[in-house]
Design a protein around this ligand. Structure first.
Ligand code: PLP
Length: 388
């Protein structure tokens, strides 16, 4: 028996491989500081956990509607209307088990073999994996460090062609932490608005933004609501990665298609999890604010620390919880350096090249770890590179 041919085209995420290698070192008695995995190190806020417990006691343990509980879809629509300035209704919302399924379902519903998809490189590896899996054509656009990890708009204009079916945007970004400035989003919207192109706008880090307020969503620009799928969810904002819940906001005709894919795959998102998500969206937001304030404190100290390591350069990024250090001046290939940092300095981190070829020469560190551990990691890395 052989696997279907398409299985040769699907990718994985290297963060999980590095985690396995780090755990193997720990099993041999080595201390490792984990800066590889992209999840908040904070507990899910207590009132959200309480809402889930109450939901279990109240019998929210059965199937629900495939696209989500009506009250949660309403709450998401209200939240997105308020924060993105796009007037959307519950009919535009699909609640699914995480942010990732929004990528999976929207690409599955829209892409034909041969369709071109523009996406950021370096970028979240699942974009390219899904594009290839579906036989569509990946069109990576480099993110430019000197432009705060935004696209070069001339390159973007160049790549946008008659076969472009989808454009993937991610801001704030994984892995760079970059936030695409409003004027760049506006310029891309203008180029896309006249075309038959859908935008998948991955806004999973929208609340983890350090420059005040919400980053601009392309959906809010003229003519773009009908062409945009907003991906967001609860994993990062409310430290709920293991709960598996997220949502997509999109035109109603696409919601209907996602509903069919949900019926054929998950049936629905867990009902008690949805009750907890409702509490997250409608309850107090102080835990989110406290988490973002602590991330900012770590970002400032950690990036300054990285910047002081021989051969490293790292500007403080505008969002998410990743520091993306340029390590080209070390003269060591970033894949080799990431392995040495793990094995010699005990710091688990990711080679930028695992986010696409334009990520070579960079290392991604997740600062979702304690302030003390981050400072210790800087010391170990500095010692290793000073001795090199
Ligand atoms: N999009 C980006 C850019 C991410 O970094 C992640 C998670 O790392 C996701 C989507 C997926 O989020 P979820 O865990 O809710 O599926």
């Amino acid at each position: 028996m052989t696997l279907a041919e398409r299985m040769q085209r699907i990718g994985v995420e290297s963060a999980f491989d590095v985690l396995v290698r780090a755990r193997a070192l720990e099993a041999r008695g080595r201390r490792v500081i984990h800066l590889e995995i992209g999840e908040p190190d904070f507990p899910t806020p207590a009132h959200i956990v309480e809402a889930a417990k109450r939901a279990l006691d109240d019998g929210w343990t059965h199937y629900g509607p495939p696209l989500g509980l009506p009250e949660l879809r309403e709450a998401v629509a209200d939240y997105v209307s308020r924060t993105c300035g796009v007037p959307v209704g519950a009919e535009n919302v699909a609640v699914v088990p995480g942010g990732k399924p929004v990528i999976f379902f929207s690409m599955l519903a829209l892409l034909e073999p041969g369709d071109e998809v523009i996406y950021p490189n370096p970028g979240f590896p699942i974009y390219e994996s899904m594009i290839r899996f579906l036989g569509a054509v990946p069109v990576p656009i480099p993110l430019i460090e000197e432009r705060g990890f935004s696209f070069d708009l001339d390159v973007f204009r160049d790549r946008l062609g008659p076969k472009t079916k989808m454009v993937v945007l991610n801001s704030p970004q994984n892995p760079t932490g970059g936030v695409i400035p409003r004027q760049d989003i506006a310029a891309m919207a203008e180029m896309i608005a006249r075309r038959d192109v859908m935008v998948l706008s991955d806004e999973i880090y929208s609340r983890i933004c350090y420059d005040g307020g919400f980053p601009v969503s392309i959906a809010s620009l003229p003519g773009m609501a009908e062409k945009t799928i907003i991906l967001d969810g609860f994993s990062k904002t409310y430290a709920m990665t293991g709960w598996r819940i997220g949502y997509g906001v999109m035109p109603a005709w696409l919601v209907e298609a996602v509903g069919k894919l949900m019926v054929n795959s998950n049936s629905c998102t867990a009902s008690f999890t949805q009750r907890a998500a409702l509490a997250a969206l409608t309850g107090p937001q102080d835990a989110v604010e406290a988490m973002v304030a602590e991330f900012r404190r770590r970002r400032d100290a950690f990036c300054a620390g990285l910047h002081g390591i021989p051969g490293f350069r790292c500007a403080a990024p505008g969002g998410a919880f990743y520091a993306y250090a340029n390590v080209k001046d070390t003269g060591i290939a970033s894949a080799v350096l990431a392995t040495r940092l793990l094995e010699k300095a005990g710091v688990a981190c990711l080679n930028g090249g695992s986010f696409g070829r334009f990520g070579e020469g960079y290392i991604r560190f997740s600062y979702a770890n304690s302030f003390e551990n981050l400072m210790e990691a800087v010391e170990h890395m500095r010692a290793m590179l000073t001795a090199a």
